[in-house]
Design a protein around this ligand. Structure first.
Ligand code: ADP
Ligand code: MG
Length: 309
């Protein structure tokens, strides 16, 4: 008999504790200012329903609401990270649901925006460039004006022409591209930036895995294409005519802007493009230049070499 009795005693004690705990929790929950407010807003709720939903009310009480207890999305303490609880009443019953919190919405927006810039072989500092950081050097003011003009036009749709920035080494041409890509990201426009010498290598390498057509297609159709350092790539008639030529042709027909940076002016680039290992082909170079002129406007960037600072 003894074991049964002691079991029973233990069970009763536990039960007593349970009752005590339950009562304490209930009081705590009902004393919570937000729960009080919720119940006051729904005076028709029956006591029975409130008691039945105590666990939901408790859960609501313990969770951070719209980030009131968390500093960031990463430090969210809620059961469902980045979700905030909401209490509502339907057919006289209490329901608890969750919605995305501000931090999560912000985080997702940032993640989505982050994906708006696709860059290949571009330095990290360039990817963090902003238009606001471009100093007011008078030698750069025309370039900045053109950049802002492009950004301003975006409201009415993507302009058909980008900009061909040229100037000496180190004046900040590539930096301009990074700053523009970040500015366009804020407007939910995606940019694809690529360093020309690597672009040639990348395309050549994709012969091996048959991905070349997909890649060309990707560059043809990118919202805003930015080709960094045109003229610095290896001279290849094939790349010039078959790859660059077909990408530019497509973008010209579709009215999609291209941005370039180069150490050469357009005139100088033409001479440069004409000379490949196969000899001098002025007509073919001229054809490419025509397309470059259709998709971009030539703008000079002057000033000192920023790499010396
Ligand atoms: P370019 O492409 O004309 O050769 P870069 O854009 O690479 O020149 O700029 C040269 C260096 O100066 C880089 O390290 C770049 O980050 C820095 N730089 C250029 N413009 C700015 C700027 N406005 N503010 C801060 N750093 C800049
Ligand atoms: Mg550069």
């Amino acid at each position: 008999m003894k074991p049964v009795q002691s079991e029973l005693k233990r069970w009763m004690e536990q039960n007593e504790n349970f009752q005590e705990n339950y009562n304490r929790t209930r009081q705590e929950v009902l004393a919570d200012p937000e729960i009080k407010e919720f119940l006051a807003a729904h005076p028709k709720l029956k006591k029975n329903e409130i008691n039945k939903s105590l666990i939901k009310l408790y859960e609501y009480k313990t969770q951070s609401k719209q980030c009131d207890r968390c500093k960031s999305f990463g430090s969210c303490q809620n059961m469902l990270q980045g979700y905030s609880p909401i209490l509502h009443v339907e057919d006289n019953e209490i329901h608890l649901s969750y919605e995305k919190c501000h931090s999560r919405v912000d985080y997702e927006r940032q993640q989505k925006q982050h994906k708006l810039i696709k860059s290949l072989f571009m330095p990290k500092e360039i990817m963090q460039a902003t238009i606001a950081d471009i100093d007011s050097d008078p030698e750069r003011s025309e370039a900045v004006r053109q950049l802002l003009h492009f950004v301003g036009q975006v409201k009415e749709g993507l302009p058909k022409k980008g900009i061909y920035f040229y100037g000496p080494f180190g004046v900040g041409k590539t930096y301009f591209l990074g700053a523009l890509a970040n500015q366009l990201k804020e407007k939910n426009i995606s940019s694809t930036l690529i360093y020309m010498p690597e672009f040639v290598r990348e395309i050549k390498a994709s012969f091996k895995d048959d991905s070349i057509n997909d890649k060309i297609d990707y560059f043809k159709k990118a919202d805003v294409l930015m080709l960094d350092d045109i003229g610095a790539e290896l001279h290849s008639a094939w790349f010039r005519d078959e790859i660059l030529g077909s990408i530019l042709q497509y973008r010209m027909m579709e009215g999609l802007p291209v941005f370039f940076t180069s150490n050469y002016s357009m005139d100088q680039l033409e001479g440069h493009l004409a000379t490949t290992r196969g000899g001098v082909e002025e007509v073919k170079a001229g054809r490419i230049m025509e397309r470059i002129k259709q998709v971009s406007k030539e703008v000079r960037i002057a000033g000192g070499n920023r790499r010396d600072i």
